[in-house]
Design a protein around this ligand. Structure first.
Ligand SMILES: Nc1nc2c(ncn2[C@@H]2O[C@H](COP(=O)(O)OP(=O)(O)O)[C@@H](O)[C@H]2O)c(=O)[nH]1
Ligand SMILES: [Mg+2]
Length: 319
């Protein structure tokens, strides 16, 4: 029935074969009908790979910072994956050329895999493509996988929330913008990075960030704030130290795995039409939490549930 051997594709991705990985990423991005079954086979809730979101306004230095982070993790011999998300460019060519050039120093390193993603034909849009790409790179052995997202709008918040930890990158000169930022945007940052600390205005930026963190509701998470210059490298060590501390401390493994699985399942439910999907999941599994339990037990995957929802939808449409 399958015109292409998905088992073979899955096997090669798991072996870290980069040409197959690139091909499967395109299938996912283009909404290929086989991609759901590939994702189902590849999905591993217990994967050890960490995912790191780098988000913030255009020009904040996200790509420059990403290069620094690649260098840091390559220094300890880890294979690093990068997904650059650019919503403005469905064919992900031109707009990312600058990033490509900047990341050139890493481009010839076989331990680094860089991929830019658009939404193209993916049913779940940008968030769906990125979600699946994160899983694919992790499955191929990249650890960590960094996802760089442009801007701080709704779509970016959703993409950033898929990562295990997220760095919100801010820069001098945007003090007023910080003050008008919604609390939700400040909250997506597990760490707030004040980049371009070599520039004037860094003190004002820090003051306005601190002031807006004060406005967060009582008891909400107050992220650490770290100054750095991705250009000179100053403060990068403090940042990576802060990240390592966060990873070893706050995030215990079981809750990390559960959080990740729930987010992926919810993202797929959104893709399939939230209300109908949630009803079907409740009818079949009792609750979303129970469905997550089954996924964590290895009985199904969020993608397997997605296929179920599509079938349900098709049979409804056929009535
Ligand atoms: N002065 C200074 N410039 C920086 C710093 N980080 C990045 N830049 C510059 O800011 C510009 C935009 O950086 P880029 O990484 O492309 O930003 P992105 O759009 O957020 O990915 C480039 O010209 C960088 O060289 C920094 O820490 N200090
Ligand atoms: Mg960039």
């Amino acid at each position: 029935m399958f015109p292409r051997d998905t088992g073979l594709l899955v096997g090669k991705v798991l072996q870290g074969e980069t040409r197959t990985l690139a091909r499967v990423l395109s299938m996912v991005e283009n909404g290929d009908p086989l991609s759901e079954s590939i994702m189902h086979d590849i999905y591993d809730p217990a994967r050890r790979s960490l995912t790191v979101g780098v988000t913030g306004p255009p020009g904040a230095g996200k790509s420059t910072l990403t290069c620094r982070l690649i260098g840091y993790w390559r220094g300890s011999g880890r294979k690093v994956g990068v997904i650059a998300v650019d919503p403005s460019s469905p064919f992900s060519g031109g707009a990312l050329l600058g990033d490509r050039v900047r990341m050139q120093e890493h481009a010839s390193d076989p331990g680094v895999f860089i991929r830019s993603m658009g939404s193209r034909g993916h049913l779940g849009g940008l968030a769906g493509s990125t979600r699946d790409a994160l899983e694919l790179l992790a499955a191929a052995g990249y650890d960590p996988v960094i996802v760089e997202t442009v801007g701080v709008g709704q779509a970016e918040v959703e993409v950033a929330s898929l990562a295990d930890i997220t760095l919100l990158v801010l820069v001098p000169g945007m003090g007023d913008e910080v003050q008008t930022m919604k609390a939700g945007i400040m909250e997506i940052g597990d760490i707030i990075v004040l980049n371009k600390a070599d520039r004037q205005g860094i003190d004002q930026l820090e003051s306005s960030v601190m002031a807006s963190l004060e406005l967060l509701p009582e008891g909400s998470h107050r992220p650490p704030v770290v100054r750095c210059s991705s250009l000179t490298g100053d403060g990068i060590e403090e940042l990576t130290g802060e990240m390592d501390g966060l990873l070893s401390g706050i995030l215990d493994r079981d809750s990390l795995v559960r959080r990740r699985t729930t987010l992926i399942l919810e993202s797929i439910l959104r893709e399939k039409g939230r209300h109908m999907a949630a009803r079907v999941v409740e009818a079949r599994f009792g609750s979303i939490e129970r469905a997550v339990d089954l996924i964590l037990d290895g009985k199904t995957t969020p993608y397997g549930i997605g296929v179920l929802l599509s079938e349900e939808h098709a049979s409804k449409a056929g009535d």
